[in-house]
Design a protein around this ligand. Structure first.
Ligand code: AVJ
Length: 330
């Protein structure tokens, strides 16, 4: 018997189709401030580039979050309790969840959700071999849209969502509230959300994190245009656009843009899209919070902050949110 084959996990695939991609690109490029949704960064190449960003010294998020997870995982799993169903939004390379899985008591299942199909397949097969007892139920989806979650074979005592990496930073305030409301609904009254939240800090540190010296973030940003060229019938000239990222203190967010270096016209099928020199496409926002601001956002979505763990410098936080009305809120 081929035991390797037995461990192959089955992927539940509701990835957004090409039509949706094309429609979102077109409507974004027709706005007066042109924009593209940041979720489309993560094709195969984009996911690789993001993994490289995560190894950069300047990009402090992953190592800070990992150190918080490793220091406090005992307290985290104690709050989660036994027989939990763990749902991860944007599982990426599935590395951070291993810290939790190594300590959780008899988790009944793990549902990683990610938009990057190839990466999801690759990493969930590895994960299933590392945790042969665990039921792994991957879902390829845009988790900002509605889709059905797979049901594990064993009943769970609690549904806990895991949303690391401060991906919540990519949402504008109102969509962020809607997303958290949705997660609160998925977890139910006894459930919880363990979430990584990036904090406000020295502006030079923030600036460097999105303007790394090796240009990996620039390549990650520009790859979005390359992907659009490749997957849609489009003719962006990559060297006529430049990566531009800055902190907007009024809005409390990093903004990433791609700035047109000349007057030019780009075509998507038969649609001509004019660019003036200096005009930008806004490709990503990355909101930074202080603890009060995030507690307010959580409260607006029906969550109560149960516990906050941070690093010594208070650069990053991992937070355990519970249903504000649920049994665990006291
Ligand atoms: C994955 C959304 C947390 O905003 O810091 C990294 C993505 N963009 N470098 C972030 C990103 C540019 C990242 N998040």
């Amino acid at each position: 018997m081929d035991s390797k084959k037995d461990k192959q996990v089955r992927l539940h695939d509701v990835q957004p189709g090409k039509d949706r991609f094309r429609a979102e690109v077109l409507s974004g490029l027709r706005k007066s401030q042109k924009e593209l949704p940041s979720k489309y960064f993560y094709d195969e190449r984009g996911s690789h580039l993001f993994e490289r960003i995560c190894t950069l010294d300047e990009y402090y998020i992953p190592r800070t979050e990992v150190s918080i997870m490793e220091t406090y995982v005992g307290e985290m799993v104690e709050l989660v309790g036994p027989r939990a169903l763990l749902i991860e939004y944007g599982s990426g390379d599935c590395n951070k969840v291993r810290t939790l899985l190594n300590h959780l008591q008899e988790p009944v299942g793990y549902v990683p959700i990610d938009i990057s199909r190839e990466q999801l397949l690759r990493v969930t097969n590895d994960l299933a071999s590392s945790y042969p007892e665990l039921e792994v139920l991957p879902v390829c989806a845009d988790y900002t849209s509605d889709f059905e979650l797979p049901v594990p074979k064993q009943p769970s005592d609690r549904v806990v969502a895991y949303f690391p990496g401060s991906t919540i930073s990519n949402f504008d305030p109102i969509p962020a509230r809607h997303f958290l409301e949705h997660v609160a609904g998925v977890c139910g009254p006894d459930g919880a959300l363990l979430i990584g939240v990036d904090l406000k800090k020295d502006l030079a540190v923030l600036h460097r994190a999105y303007n790394d010296s090796q240009g990996v973030t620039a390549a990650f940003n520009l790859n979005l245009l390359e992907r659009i060229n490749r997957e849609l019938n489009c003719d962006f000239q990559l060297d006529w656009f430049e990566h531009y990222a800055f902190y907007n203190p009024r809005e409390g967010r990093i903004e990433m843009h791609l700035v047109s270096l000349r007057d030019q016209t780009v075509h998507l099928d038969s649609v001509a899209i004019p660019f003036a020199r200096g005009e930008s496409i806004w490709t990503e926002s990355s909101y930074k919070f202080n603890l009060d601001e995030f507690a307010q956002l959580a409260a607006a979505a029906g969550f109560k902050v149960g516990r906050v763990w941070t690093d010594e410098q208070q650069w990053f936080s991992v937070q355990y949110l519970v249903n504000a009305e649920g049994a665990n809120s006291e």
